[in-house]
Design a protein around this ligand. Structure first.
Ligand SMILES: Nc1nc2c(c(=O)[nH]1)N[C@H]1C(S)=C(S)[C@@H](COP(=O)(O)O)O[C@H]1N2
Ligand SMILES: [Mo]
Length: 505
């Protein structure tokens, strides 16, 4: 019995040491082969791409923006648990643990080679992991099977523990070195610091900020409060000087654009409110910013899109694909290749150096971050990442409104009620509020620079004590009032009126 327990303990140690060494060595190799070839990251990204939407939604909701680090750590834990199993088998009989290592490394290699843009070199880190882990498993396994006098055994044990301990430490150091080396190899921070944004030929309308109810949502979303939604485990790091955009597909001639060339084009600056299709009624996956960019229509026209083409499939550096109706990019709205956000170069996690911004469409069909290719094609010939997963191909933003204040209980008397409403590219023409299902009351609308942003609204409420339900609804610029019918975000955006229960003392 004691023998079996000892075997489990020693085997676990052997397996984890060998596994960690393999992961560490693989990470070191990714300094050469590129960060996206990391076996751990490839497996994690493959998980992100293959889990059903419900699970993804659940992960974002329960883990928030921590969902990605949690996923990477989970993958590591599973790998080390399997490696421990390999170690236990190895102590059972020599090379008995090797099949486990082979299967793990094979899975990692498959995941890496199937990542978008992966070359044959992507299998190298997994191959190195296989050799290092396999070799250490056998060597450490041999050492762990000590026998003999009690005295010799205690010396053996000390040597064995020192060896496995230093293996784990070396693995961690290797992974650390790899991380630092990869980060400094692509110095995106200094590239971003060096960007000098040109002045727009057509500046954004100035807006009078600071109006509206105290504590209500400001017109401009502070960067720290701006929602972030993407599938990238780590934001792609592209230096502006390395960036290139290719326009391909059904065009008269392919066009390639560098960052310097892009900055030389006439720039427009516009307030545009971005919204995520996953936003629930009353949710905060919506934000407003001042974007600086080059109009997409001119750039696309310079390539000569063919008659019959109706979609632009944009590709990001990390392989995300987004399908946007060609018409929305050519119809005169302020669709742009954005380089600036609120007066500064795009933050790295917002798509530095270049992203798309298209007023009126949900982000997943328009707002490609780290964009590197625009393929002119047709909806009948190509599909995009999210439409492959059941979301609608066409997704104009649905009219929505939100009550932001009061947030807590209030005192009876005059109470300021306020929030935002949006119907990008149609505009908001009316917002109404009602109490306890009574008559709709018209709210006051604050001025906006265009139909492409959300609109702040305020309403004065004569609150009487008791518990009350406030409801809001908006009417867009075409005169259509948002529907009361509740619908989930999938497949093309949530509907229903937002309500808030308020206790009045
Ligand atoms: N490369 C890339 N671009 C992307 C995404 C992504 O996952 N990868 N997500 C899209 C979605 S679903 C939305 S809602 C917006 C969000 O932009 P933000 O993170 O700047 O708010 O980016 C869009 N662009
Ligand atoms: Mo989104």
């Amino acid at each position: 019995m004691a023998g079996r327990r000892r075997r489990a303990g020693l085997g676990t140690l052997v397996g984890i040491a060998a596994g960690a060494a393999g992961v560490g060595a693989a990470q070191l190799v990714t300094v050469l082969t590129g960060p996206s070839s990391s076996p751990v990251l490839s497996v994690a990204s493959t998980v992100v791409d293959s889990v059903p939407l419900g699970v993804k939604d659940w992960a974002v909701r329960t883990l928030g923006t921590d969902d990605k680090p949690v996923l990477v750590v989970s993958v590591l834990v599973v790998v080390l648990l399997l490696a421990a199993l390999g170690g236990i088998r190895e102590l059972g009989h020599r090379r008995g643990g090797l099949p486990v290592v082979v299967v793990l490394c094979l899975a990692a290699a498959l995941a890496a080679i199937n990542r978008p843009g992966a070359g044959a070199g992507a299998v190298l880190p997994s191959l190195v992991a296989l050799v290092v882990s396999g070799w250490l498993l056998v060597v450490l396994g041999d050492r762990a099977r000590w026998s003999g006098t009690a005295e010799a055994e205690s010396a053996d044990r000390r040597r064995f523990l020192a060896l496995s301990g230093s293996t784990v430490l070396a693995a961690a150091a290797g992974a650390g070195v790899a991380r630092v080396a990869t980060l400094s190899r692509v110095d995106v921070t200094s590239s971003r610091d060096a960007v000098r944004l040109p002045a727009p030929v057509s500046p954004a309308a100035s807006v009078s900020t600071g109006r509206g109810v105290a504590g209500a949502t400001p017109f401009q979303t502070p960067l720290g409060d701006f929602y972030r939604v993407d599938t990238a485990l780590f934001a792609p790091r592209i230096r502006a000087e390395d960036w290139k955009l290719r326009i391909t597909g059904e065009v008269d001639h392919e066009v390639t654009l560098t960052f310097a060339e892009l900055l030389h084009r006439p720039m427009i600056e516009r307030w545009v409110t971005l919204a995520c299709v996953s936003n629930e009624v009353g949710g905060d996956l919506v934000g407003n910013a001042r974007w600086l960019g080059a109009p997409l229509a001119d750039i696309l026209r310079s390539a000569g899109p063919h008659e019959g083409a109706d979609m632009v499939l944009s590709r990001s550096h990390d392989g995300m694909t987004i399908g946007t109706p060609l018409a929305a990019l050519l119809d005169g709205r302020d669709a742009m290749l954005a380089v600036g956000m609120d007066g500064a170069p795009l933050p790295v996690e917002r798509g530095f150096p270049v992203r798309m911004v298209v007023p009126g469409l949900y982000g997943y069909v328009s707002a490609t971050k780290w964009v590197v290719e625009l393929e002119v094609t047709r909806f009948s010939r190509a599909t995009a990442y999210w439409s492959d997963r059941g979301w609608a191909e066409q997704a104009p933003v649905k009219t929505a409104s939100r009550i932001d204040v009061p947030r807590d209980d209030v005192r009876a008397g005059r109470v300021a009620v306020g929030g935002v409403a949006w119907a990008q590219h149609r505009g908001v023409s009316k917002v109404e509020v009602r109490v306890d299902g009574g008559a709709w009351q018209q709210a006051e609308l604050l001025p906006v620079p265009s139909v492409d942003t959300w609109r702040q609204w305020t309403w004065e409420w004569d609150a009487t004590s008791g518990s009350h339900v406030l409801e809001v609804r908006a009417t867009d610029g075409t005169g259509v009032t948002q529907t009361s019918r509740p619908a989930d975000p999938a497949p093309d955006g949530a509907t229903g009126w937002h309500s808030r229960q308020v206790h009045v003392h």
